[in-house]
Design a protein around this ligand. Structure first.
Ligand code: SF4
Length: 295
């Protein structure tokens, strides 16, 4: 079985190049170099075909993504990060989901649009971007018009992102850490800060600051930053980076939802929620720096 439709030859060069980056796989900074079309799997644990854990309108996303019909989420199983506090570990680490073809992805996208969703929101897309890009291209030809949201943990390679230029309308990356040692301990990704900062620059180059129409996001960059206890997320450095190297008008959601999940109980530093003061000081700092902080 193939994940590509019969008319694969008509797909753009960018989609073909993304496919090539997957065999051997150099799609993301892990650079596993496994041949996924031959069934080999690397760190993310996903082969040639994407696995989807759920599809449906989601009303818990940022209000600029929700509207009256919700954000049309497609959650992918597997992940290229190894966060020991992951709230969705059954999907990301245990890879609960079902394999889908490109045709099934397209059908899901069109159904979400027909349902009235404000956008198509690909959650944890980094390790399956060849299929996503092919599906976007073909779905657009079939009448898909709503914005495409790339909702990522932020561990994305610039070379791969460049191939997504024109496919994505709204980039919504996490900015998880500013410190390499913390990124190594909590997500098994010591190069996360440098990779993430470069990725955010490339995303902003492609789509610019977030733009809205009638209260709904149409295009641009929306940063998610989860405040961790003891400033382990490096909130102040991340906010400085955004204000000084991306744009003082960057839109950011400073999030207070952290709670110990999965294996967090094994790490005393993160085995608690951030205090209100820890959260508020990060949020206040973002406001002081002039960022567009979502409420
Ligand atoms: S996408 Fe998966 S297999 Fe490919 S380099 Fe990243 S973690 Fe490894």
């Amino acid at each position: 079985m193939t994940s590509l439709p019969a008319n694969v030859g008509s797909l753009s060069k960018a989609v073909q190049q993304l496919r090539e980056r997957m065999n051997p796989c150099m799609l993301c900074p892990r650079m596993c170099k496994v041949n996924r079309s031959k069934g080999q799997t690397g760190f993310c644990g996903i082969g040639d075909m994407p696995m989807v854990s759920s599809v449906g309108p989601h009303f818990g996303e940022e209000s600029v993504l929700v509207g009256s019909g919700g954000s049309g989420t497609i959650f992918f199983a597997g992940c290229n990060l190894g966060c020991i506090f992951c709230q969705n570990f059954d999907i990301s680490h245990h890879r609960h989901g079902r394999q889908v073809t490109i045709e099934q992805l397209i059908r899901s996208m069109v159904e979400l649009q027909n349902y009235g969703c404000s956008n198509i929101n690909f959650v944890t897309p980094t390790h399956v971007v060849p299929a996503i890009a092919a599906a976007i291209e073909l779905a657009r030809k079939s009448g898909l018009t709503v914005p495409i949201v790339y909702n990522t943990g932020g561990y994305d390679l610039v070379e791969t992102l460049k191939l997504l230029d024109g496919f994505v309308d709204i980039y919504m990356p996490d900015m998880k850490y500013a410190d390499s040692d913390v990124a190594k301990e909590l997500s098994n990704a010591p190069d996360y800060p440098q990779i993430n900062f470069a990725a955010v620059k490339e995303m902003h180059r492609q789509v610019g600051n977030l733009k809205t129409k009638n209260g709904l996001a149409t295009r641009g960059l929306l940063i998610r930053h989860l405040v961790l206890p003891e400033n382990l997320a490096g909130s102040f450095e991340i906010i400085d980076f955004l204000a000084e190297q991306i744009s003082p008008s960057t839109t950011i959601n400073v999030m207070d939802q952290y709670r110990p999940c999965y294996k967090a109980h094994l790490y005393p530093k993160i085995n608690r929620r951030p205090t209100s003061q820890e959260f508020q000081s990060a949020r206040r700092y973002a406001i002081e720096k002039g960022l567009n902080v979502l409420v």
